[in-house]
Design a protein around this ligand. Structure first.
Ligand SMILES: CC(C)(COP(=O)(O)OP(=O)(O)OC[C@H]1O[C@@H](n2cnc3c(N)ncnc32)[C@H](O)[C@@H]1OP(=O)(O)O)[C@@H](O)C(=O)NCCC(=O)NCCS
Length: 198
């Protein structure tokens, strides 16, 4: 079966964000992507499988704009500017022109602004998450939305630091016994800048 990923609207096919680059996720990314996500919280705790997540990444869904975040090629002092492979949760990550360090999926159109349906950074604490969200906010218009599991305190802090407000708690949204929180960032709130390159 051939999966065609129709892409429309305001989201470009690639974006250079300085410390990282975005490119459209392809069906070939679903194997390492599903495995990497299944090994990470919140999906690990929620019991999501690599196969299920891989299917989500490749499902025909024209309103879902899926990107791989690639680290900028590292100068390893040998060839200059060569790529270094990142082992993403034990999965073999084959990337042309960069190393996958994250995935972002944006649902757009959504509610007077796009909805971040999935955000994962496999190399946390390097500024990639904030950089990617600055890019999403710049394209978002009036609102940028997301959800976070109540138990995911790290991500709740992350979203809070960059201007998202917790709107409402939604009981058992993804799985019975687990609650999620709807998050909203109003672009008029301003003051959100991507981190400076080291
Ligand atoms: C949450 C996540 C997207 C953050 O991305 P990241 O690249 O690690 O975040 P950054 O390095 O850009 O950090 C941006 C800011 O958030 C803060 N932050 C990031 N993770 C944090 C955590 N776990 N606890 C507290 N603060 C955190 C950073 O300190 C930084 O603040 P500063 O600019 O004041 O220093 C990433 O850790 C991740 O993918 N986690 C697993 C999946 C997940 O929880 N996804 C989101 C909800 S579904």
């Amino acid at each position: 079966m051939t999966v065609t990923m129709t892409q429309t609207g305001r989201w470009p096919p690639t974006a250079d964000l300085g410390t990282c680059r975005l490119r459209r996720l392809t069906p070939a990314d679903s194997v390492w992507g599903g495995a990497a996500l299944a090994a990470l919280d919140p999906w690990r705790t929620l019991g999501s499988t690599a196969a299920g997540l891989g299917a989500y990444l490749t499902a025909e869904d024209p309103a879902l704009h899926r990107f791989v975040v690639e680290a900028r090629a590292v100068d390893n002092g040998v060839g200059g500017g060569e790529s270094v492979e990142v082992d993403v949760a034990g999965a073999v990550a084959v990337a042309v022109g960069g190393n996958p360090v994250g995935i972002i999926c944006l649902r757009d159109p959504w509610l007077r602004g796009p909805f971040i349906e999935l955000l994962a950074v496999m190399l946390p604490g390097q500024g990639y998450g904030a950089t990617v969200l600055a890019w999403a906010a710049a394209h978002a218009g009036a609102n940028l939305w997301s959800t976070v599991s109540t138990f995911n305190h790290g991500a709740r802090n992350f979203y809070r630091r960059i201007g998202f407000v917790e709107v409402v708690e939604m009981e058992g949204l993804v799985r019975p016994g687990f609650d999620d929180i709807l998050l909203r960032r109003r672009n008029s709130s301003g003051g959100f800048r991507p981190p400076k390159a080291p």
